[in-house]
Ligand binder design. Structure first.
Ligand SMILES: [Zn+2]
Length: 75
């Protein structure tokens, strides 16, 4: 048993909800659309333009992403 160290360090923790690029204009200024009753924190994040509030009603076709550059929404 040699003490061969093999640190398993990933490059970085990957966020499961990393915003994709906009399929229309290719912008990376994409924010998630958050549904449901927003908390105070979510309201603040929305005011800073970090997220978009999608409202309380969630449909099957509710978009998940919002492009800040062209306004396109998609899921
Ligand atoms: Zn766009």
């Amino acid at each position: 048993m040699n003490g061969i160290s093999n640190p398993q360090q990933g490059p970085e923790a990957q966020s499961p909800d990393k915003p994709p690029r906009c399929p229309v204009c290719g912008s990376d200024q994409v924010v998630p659309i958050v549904y449901g009753l927003p908390s105070w924190e979510l309201g603040q994040a929305a005011e800073r333009g970090e997220i978009v509030l999608g409202g309380c009603i969630i449909t099957d076709h509710a978009p998940k992403w919002h492009c800040l550059d062209c306004g396109h929404t998609w899921r």
